[in-house]
Design a protein. Structure first.
Length: 479
């Protein structure tokens, strides 16, 4: 289980005025008919995978939405893949070497690989993809900040040249995080709006067949896949079921066989785990280290004042989020780093104590007294519609803030509308969402606080418009 909880930075962390707080999350994969896992692989047939929300796109070249990340690697691949310990393993690259000074990464590429349209895969595709990711991917700007050039001395060699060492980089080449896309399809246009994002052409084990919005996505077995004999199944169907109860019923009834990222109601989880034909897998989330968090729009007048944000911190109880909203699942953390990133995690950061009187005083000082109706201000709360726990969390936060005179309206919308509202239109007050720490804070956390990563239209980046002169690359003073 990969999890975090709401933590309100204080002390040294508060000095930087972080705009977000971490909150409880968990990741479980549910599998139907687990007995089959102990048998030798059988060829043929259809497997159905469950998603809780419609993905905004099917390729993660410019998108990090959880549902896009889950399915992108069915068609597109990375240079490397990783085991449960995050040790690198071959995928499109068969061998790699990092220079002693850490400034060059040399990848030897797999020969004979073809794109789904029959064109040959080459180092030119690698160079194009990495430089494109640096420009358009929500995390690519920080992941590849030190990348200055990709040399292609021949079709099967790609050499990354860095301005300074980036020790985390060898862990960044997974298909979901750093997909390699075909240059001949993407060159000459905007990668984020390329039609191939919704009808992907890759080198992966499955070939895209159709996407019926609001219903399903179909992938067929790639008969020319470089890993001969794989995949074993003939077809993969991705079923999109928005209702949490219906997702649990579909899994229990055997209508779906795979259900990643805990798509069922947490209230049902213990019962489902005890069914003989259901298995729960907690491994496989180490690459993401997801946490849930409150994020403020710092371009809103109400949230510009740090006293308002501190008032929220004094009343939103991390432990209650875990116990009430998440049915006890999750681990409270005091800052933006997941406890599963052990070498970066600081467990004893100071946090704001739950103190309603202190919160009321801070709001008075900030110039937001209670009106005759008891309301100080009315704000709208947009939660990410990726799991029922986020709706439950939004309702819990609404009740909590109502006690200090902040009237909250919870707004529901589909995933694409939420992403557009928060990251393109910026038409939101604050949000309760989930973010991945990933394999290193330089990639997973820095993007959320780096002013250069505030790019309207780029999702799951610095949505707060946070900036601070104590943080490298800031372009305006903190608020």
């Amino acid at each position: 289980m990969s999890s975090g909880t709401r933590g309100i930075p204080r002390g040294g962390m508060a000095r930087r005025r972080f705009a977000q707080w971490s909150a409880a999350a968990c990741g479980l994969g549910l599998l139907g008919t687990p007995r089959a896992r102990a048998e030798a692989p059988r060829r043929g047939g259809v497997v159905t995978l469950l998603l809780s929300a419609e993905p905004p796109t099917l390729t993660s070249i410019a998108q990090t939405a959880f549902n896009t990340v889950i399915i992108s690697s069915k068609t597109t691949e990375g240079l490397l893949t990783y085991d449960f310990d995050l040790s690198p393993m071959p995928q499109l690259a068969t061998a790699w070497q990092v220079s002693a000074d850490g400034l060059t990464y040399t990848f030897k590429l797999r020969p004979g690989v073809k794109w789904h349209d029959g064109k040959p895969f080459s180092s030119a595709d690698v160079a194009f993809s990495l430089l494109t990711l640096k420009e358009v991917h929500p995390r690519g700007r920080s992941t590849f900040a030190n990348l200055i050039e990709v040399r292609t001395p021949d079709d099967l060699t790609a050499i990354l040249v860095l301005s300074k060492p980036a020790p985390y980089l060898i862990a960044a080449f997974a298909a979901s995080e750093t997909p390699i896309v075909p240059q001949h399809i993407y060159a000459g246009g905007q990668a984020a709006s390329n039609p191939a994002n919704n009808a992907p052409i890759g080198t992966g084990p499955f070939v895209f067949r159709e996407w019926v919005r609001g219903s399903h996505i179909i992938y067929d077995r790639n008969p020319d896949y470089w890993d001969a004999g794989k995949p074993y199944i003939d077809r993969l169907i991705v079923s999109i079921i928005g209702d949490p109860a219906a997702r649990a019923i579909a899994l229990e009834a055997g209508e779906v066989q795979l259900a990643p990222s805990t798509p069922v109601p947490l209230s049902e989880l213990e019962r489902l785990k005890n069914l003989p034909h259901i298995a729960v897998e907690t491994r496989g989330y180490a690459y993401t280290n997801s946490i849930s968090r409150v994020e403020f729009n710092l371009d809103r007048a109400f949230f510009k004042d740090v006293r308002v944000r501190r008032a929220f911190a004094h009343v939103i109880d991390r432990n209650a989020i875990r116990d009430v909203v998440n049915y006890g699942y999750g681990t409270p953390i005091p800052g933006p780093i997941s406890a599963y990133l052990a070498k970066f995690y600081v467990p004893d950061l100071k946090t704001y104590p739950i103190d309603r009187a202190a919160a009321e005083a801070l709001l008075d000082q900030a110039g937001f007294p209670r009106g005759t109706d008891g309301v100080r201000i009315r704000v709208t709360h947009d939660y990410v519609p990726s799991a029922d726990s986020f709706l439950r969390g939004a309702e819990f936060i609404k009740q909590t803030l109502g006690k200090i005179g902040v009237e909250v309206s919870v707004r529901s919308q589909d995933f694409a509308a939420y992403t557009r509202r928060v990251y393109t239109d910026r038409d939101f007050d604050f949000t309760y969402n989930g973010m991945s720490n990933l394999f290193d804070p330089t990639v997973g956390v820095q993007r959320l606080y780096w002013s250069k990563n505030f790019k309207p239209g780029v999702p799951f980046s610095n949505g707060s418009h946070y900036a601070n002169p104590d943080v490298a690359g800031c372009s305006r003073p903190p608020r």
